[in-house]
Design a protein around this ligand. Sequence first.
Ligand SMILES: [Fe+2]
Length: 246
Amino acid sequence: MIDLHTHVLPNLVDDDGPKDLEISQAMLDKAYSDGVTKIVATPHMLKPNPNRRTEINEAMCFLHHENISLFPGSEIFADEVILKDLENLIPLGNSNYLLIEFHRAELPHNVEEIIFLLQTNGFECIFAHPERNGSIVRNPNNLLPLINTGVLCQVNAGSLLGSYGKESQKTAQILLEHNMAHFIASDMHSANHRYYSLKEAVAVAEKYTDPLALVTTNPKTILTKGYLEVSEPKEYKKKGFWFLKF
Ligand SMILES: [Fe+2]
């Protein structure tokens, strides 16, 4: 399996990952025992930082695992501030795919403009854990206009496992059932309470879709500089109390 979203690099400014290299190594060991062989390190990028790539590359020099290939990346807080520094945005591996997150409560009012700006500057966008965003929890169909403009969606393993609560869990299930999830990734931050097993998440996801491509071929396509074609998303229709009509 390939994990596209992790906070595995130790002691990085602006990130909330492991405090030391020993914990990073333990995270890689756990991931390998779960069947992961490729990991993208995606520390937060919260504001413009022309030194971020150097910081990430330096941290990666110290982290090795004989059975895991490690790639640089970032999780970019997509707002107007960071978009003023497009040339320093860090995509996943050697691809042009950016892993982007938004404020947890809401999508920005100009989300489509933000996406358009990134796309017209040569990037593709992967929306990190949309099932944790208030706007998507309230109505999963709010993802449809974004997916229809080419945005891909990455669901967190922890959401499927119920680690962020029932609403995120339910929303993650809906996204899987409606072709609105294109990747499952761990978003792991530690080797213990914030370690989320991809293997366990895939086992849960099997109730809602065939999840294997979401942790194998789909992320592989991204990392090999391919363009990922995805299935048409299906509109979510909330189950009503139809029997009350009679
Ligand atoms: Fe993250």
